[in-house]
Ligand binder design. Structure first.
Ligand code: GCU
Length: 400
């Protein structure tokens, strides 16, 4: 190899692809090259097309929506917890498939003074103590007391209830329950992120039945692998009015084509976590430019609903700038709806959240994590945009 070529490759290895050279696929041009200039064309042509591309190439296709046998059993309904501020409910959400039975245990605190209450649903990927119903442990990962004090219901479930985070050949969790036994898996079959997102929708199925909750104002929030899941849940299920991606990185909010030196790539993530995605995704290992989508189009699938993207300054593995740029690029779809998306053309410094438009963004100083500061940003954003969204008596329809 000659020296010039070597230097060129070395330079590529330490510098991410500059924004102007990213050659991102256009959310507003259909696969056959037609420009999308109306909300109708977005809703009926381009949005379904992008959703299908993500199913086929990234997350896989869920084999079912709401199972006919879905059951809700209220295990607990205790008034006057949190020093009188809330009612605690625990609800078992169960379902059956050819492979047996499964269940999600939902923990829910409803504020006593706001009914029906808007709600934050956390997809918890950090173990049961972080969502302790008894509140012996009060983890900053789920500050339920603060959420309730702000007038929101705090709901949470464990991702592992839906599908354990282990690559076991898709035999455990909902894959084992619903995937047809003895049939070879398709390269487009759902991975574990899609399974968790499916679980979030089953929790939503319950929330629409609870008179204490205003199901038109439910936020779905997740951190890291949970943030990737929250985005996909919000894309698949438009009943979520607000989607929050905290440090979601590769396969979440971060643009795959950027490849900054310290960030996770498709090749790295499909090697370490092969079960998260559909099998097709690994075809794009080191071939990001061939993907017919990039992650700004996932953010665009949330439009015109509310979206918050949170990053941490030292979380280079998640590519904070790539997460920010997704929000910027998705904004054009919000504009089609006559809304501002993310009102910032430059990544704001740590501690200066941008919350004016329908897409919020903040960079927190520090490392990967879901902290009190992150929650404060999301609650502030909700106070500004979600709290006053008119509650209606009409329940949103199940999209499936
Ligand atoms: C790993 C993984 C990330 C993921 C993170 C998490 O670091 O590489 O993609 O976001 O775990 O879920 O905490």
């Amino acid at each position: 190899m000659n020296t010039h070529r070597y230097l060129f490759i070395a330079a590529l290895a330490v510098v991410s692809v500059p924004a102007a050279e990213l050659r991102l696929p256009d959310p507003l041009t259909t696969t056959n090259g037609t420009k999308v200039t109306s909300v109708e064309a977005w809703r009926h042509i381009r949005r379904p097309e992008i959703l299908e591309l993500f199913r086929t190439h990234v997350y896989g296709r869920m084999p079912l929506g709401r199972p006919d046998n879905l059951k809700f059993e209220t295990l607990e309904n205790t008034k006057g917890v949190m020093d009188g501020a809330a009612t605690r409910k625990q609800v078992m959400i169960s379902y059956r498939g050819p492979g047996g039975e499964g269940a999600i245990k939902l923990v829910l605190f409803v504020p006593g003074r706001v009914k029906p209450a808007p709600c934050f649903l956390l997809i918890c990927n950090r173990g049961p103590t972080n969502i302790d119903p008894i509140r012996t442990v009060k983890s900053p990962f789920w500050p339920a007391e603060e959420i309730v004090a702000r007038g929101y219901a705090a709901a949470a479930f464990l991702n592992a209830d839906v599908d354990p985070d282990r690559h076991d050949g898709f035999t455990n969790g909902v894959h084992g329950l619903f995937d047809p036994p003895g049939v070879k898996r398709s390269p487009e079959a759902w991975g574990t992120l899609a399974a968790w997102a499916w679980g979030a929708s089953r929790v939503m199925d319950y929330l629409v039945t609870d008179p204490d909750i205003d199901a038109r104002r439910v936020a779905v929030i997740g951190h890291s692998r949970g943030g990737k899941t929250a985005l996909w849940a919000g894309a698949e299920d438009e009943r979520f009015a607000f989607v929050i991606s905290n440090d979601s990185g590769c396969g979440g909010a971060a643009l795959a084509r950027r490849r900054p030196p310290k960030a996770e790539t498709i090749a790295a993530i499909t090697r370490s976590f092969p079960h998260w995605f559909c099998e097709n995704y690994r075809r794009y290992n080191n071939r990001e430019d061939d993907l017919p989508v990039d992650q700004h189009m996932l953010a665009a699938l949330i439009a015109p609903r509310l979206l918050c993207i949170g990053s941490a300054s030292e979380d280079l593995w998640a590519d904070p700038e790539g997460e920010f740029l997704s929000g910027v690029e998705a904004s054009r779809v919000y504009q089609l709806f006559g809304k501002d998306g993310l009102k910032a053309d430059r990544q704001p410094p740590p501690g200066s959240p941008r919350q004016e438009g329908s897409i919020g963004y903040h960079l927190r100083a520090g490392q990967h994590g879901l902290t009190e500061y992150d929650w404060k940003c999301y609650l502030d954003f909700a106070d500004r945009h979600l709290r006053n969204q008119k509650p209606t008596s009409e329940k949103p329809a199940d999209p499936r």
